[in-house]
Design a protein. Structure first.
Length: 287
């Protein structure tokens, strides 16, 4: 009963936890900078009130606690199973806490994106974010480049991790290029020689090879892409046809909308088509 009570707490307050933890964790870097800028004053205040724990240590506590919740619930689940007790509620609570942790982690990574020229909300829901090795199928850089990939419902963003304060482990993500997810994209899930690799291709225009850190990441990305492409294809098939004239704003053989579109490009590569941007990024020996 006590274990179920603990699980019920997480189930009842999961949404509230997300509403509190997401903005708090996103503001962690800003709060650290604020504390650093007032270090002398805070040290005097600490001495005046006789506190032994510095403010930095207190501010990090909520972040540490959030990462410990899944571990605690996993332990409770492990020993509950050994006692042959019902554990359905515990499993549900663990999924809810992991959801909150993932939402918080995603929000932190999204907050580190720079050189955006459009709201992230325009790209739809975030389905995956993580580091992948990315290379051009016929390029000279066979090893690929490390790119932090953000998969949204409408587009893939490819970003490079840039250290801002290397000694303190602080960094940002600089967007290198973007690919809109359209029905023209083909997902090649199995490549000979490496089970962690997969590819995206659009006829003769593009073929990008990815290598995931593990099978779980590969399956998450490929399944999400297949679902998006299937949904977009279905939307096209069921859409009413008003005339036989092709839209002036869409070409089934292109990766992006026309160059005049305000959302066709990202950041500093706005003078290039996205097709040129990905090839330029992946063909150069720079980071």
């Amino acid at each position: 009963d006590d274990v179920d009570t603990i699980a019920d707490v997480f189930l009842e307050y999961g949404d509230r936890m997300e509403a509190l933890y997401v903005p708090y964790c996103k503001s962690k870097t800003a709060s650290e900078e604020l504390v650093a800028s007032h270090r002398t004053y805070l040290s005097r205040a600490q001495s005046l009130f006789g506190t032994t724990v510095p403010l930095d240590s207190l501010l990090i506590k909520p972040v540490q606690r959030l990462t410990k919740y899944p571990l605690l619930l996993k332990d409770a689940l492990k020993y509950t199973k050994q006692l042959d007790e019902p554990y359905d509620t515990l499993e549900e609570a663990l999924r809810e806490v992991e959801r909150v942790l993932e939402a918080t982690n995603n929000a932190i990574h999204l907050s580190l994106l720079t050189n955006m020229d459009e709201p992230l909300s325009d790209l739809g829901k975030l389905l995956y974010q993580g580091m992948l090795l990315v290379s051009e199928a016929k390029g000279v850089l066979k090893a690929g480049k490390e790119r932090h990939v953000f998969l949204f419902e409408k587009a893939l963003l490819f970003a490079r991790k840039v250290d801002t304060q290397a000694s303190k482990g602080k960094f940002k993500y600089e967007i290198k290029f973007k690919i809109l997810v359209t029905p023209d994209i083909q997902v090649v899930e199995f490549l000979e020689g490496d089970r962690y690799k997969f590819a995206l291709a659009v006829k003769d225009q593009m073929r990008i090879v990815f290598k995931a850190p593990n099978l779980g990441a590969k399956q998450t990305v490929t399944r999400a892409l297949r679902t998006i492409i299937l949904n977009k294809t279905t939307e096209i098939c069921v859409a009413p046809v008003h005339n036989n004239t092709p839209s002036a704003n869409y070409n089934s053989n292109t990766l992006t909308p026309p160059l005049s579109s305000s959302h066709s490009h990202v950041g500093r590569s706005s003078s290039l088509s996205v097709s040129d941007s990905w090839r330029k990024d992946l063909s150069q020996p720079s980071p």
